[in-house]
Design a binder for this molecule. Structure first.
Ligand code: FES
Length: 104
């Protein structure tokens, strides 16, 4: 396994166009599959902690299920409020069937 990466899921757990909750070192992370490419950002919405893994994925944007904040899965940046702080984003690698994450 590449230095510093941790296996969190297998690819079949995150079908294209979906979101999946994962754990990385005790932190909740949401993994997104956009067109066969995987991205990962923090799972707790930076507004008041809504569960982004239960939100909606549209293109590269996750919408929080609680009050509709939107985040870009590529960077964690806020695309729309009420959240104002970005999500942490994680480095993702695919190794065979495994999805690996690393803190940036
Ligand atoms: S908790 Fe996500 S928008 Fe409010």
């Amino acid at each position: 396994m590449p230095e510093g990466f941790t296996k969190v899921l297998v690819k079949s757990e995150v079908p294209e166009g979906t979101l999946k909750l994962a754990q990385l070192g005790g932190k909740r992370v949401v993994v997104a599959n956009v067109g066969g490419n995987f991205f990962a950002v923090g799972e707790a919405c930076t507004h008041v902690g809504g569960p982004l893994s239960r939100g909606r994925l549209s293109g590269f944007v996750i919408t929080c299920p609680w009050h509709g904040s939107r985040f870009d899965v590529r960077t964690g940046a806020v695309v729309g409020g009420p959240a104002s702080r970005p999500e942490p984003s994680y480095e993702v690698r695919v190794d065979g069937n495994d999805i690996l994450l690393k803190e940036k």
